[in-house]
Design a protein around this ligand. Structure first.
Ligand code: G3P
Length: 217
């Protein structure tokens, strides 16, 4: 499973990259705003800065909600850097935009996906990635992880190549469960990735190894 970090914070992106396990980055307008990145030019520059830190795919989201606007913005984003993947919302014109970009060979990530039907539609339209938001489903007392399982089943039934990018990951166990369910990618905060490191028996075991070494040296 590929690991993407879900942030626009350059320090956190660098930290994940230095850990050596980062395969890409996802952003959205809320994450950009959180870092105080505003204005079209600053936003575009920030995407290039992110691409220069990581080796893998960087999802950059369109703001327009009409087909013409999404095409204009998406082409501008794709021209920024070869690592850019254009992020398109799962709305009617978004589906048309996915098909347009797919025909043009521009890679896409369909975002704000909350049902298996939406995921099927995104795949039919040629999306490279589909982003089911599991944490937000959990927030409304629905099982977000079961959506990953349902999409996996549907895609496997037809050998669909669209990659399942589990998004709205909130914690470490979401990552582990997504891996068990066969998600192709997960995108989460740095804390969720770092949580994978931790086990008290590792710390206790290492302390004992070091203490025993000291006794003999
Ligand atoms: O990748 C989607 C993500 O940014 C949404 O996460 O925590 O706002 O639901 P969250």
């Amino acid at each position: 499973m590929k690991f993407f970090i879900d942030t626009a914070n350059l320090d956190q992106i660098r930290e994940a990259q230095e850990l050596g396990v980062l395969d890409g980055v996802t952003t959205n307008p809320s994450l950009m705003a959180k870092e105080g990145i505003t204005g079209r030019n600053n936003i575009l520059k920030h995407y290039v800065d992110i691409c220069n830190i990581v080796d893998g795919d960087v999802s950059a989201e369109v703001i327009a909600t009409d087909l013409k606007g999404m095409i204009k913005e998406g082409e501008e984003l794709a021209d920024l850097h070869e690592q850019i993947v254009v992020k398109i919302p799962m709305i009617r014109d978004g589906v048309k935009a996915l098909k347009y970009f797919s025909d043009k060979g521009i890679r896409t990530n369909c975002t704000l996906v909350f049902s298996p039907g939406q995921a099927l539609l995104a795949a039919k339209a040629g999306a490279n990635y589909v982003s089911p938001f599991i944490g937000r489903l959990d927030d409304i007392s629905t099982d977000g992880l079961s959506l990953i399982a349902e999409i996996r089943l549907i895609y496997d039934n037809y050998q669909i190549e669209t990659q399942i990018l589990a998004a709205s990951i909130r914690h470490t166990m979401h990552i582990v469960e997504c891996a068990k369910l066969g998600s192709d990618v997960m995108t989460g905060p740095l804390s969720s990735i770092e949580g994978l490191l931790k086990h008290p028996l590792t710390d206790i075991g290492l302390a004992k190894f070091l203490a025993d070494y000291k006794k003999g040296n």
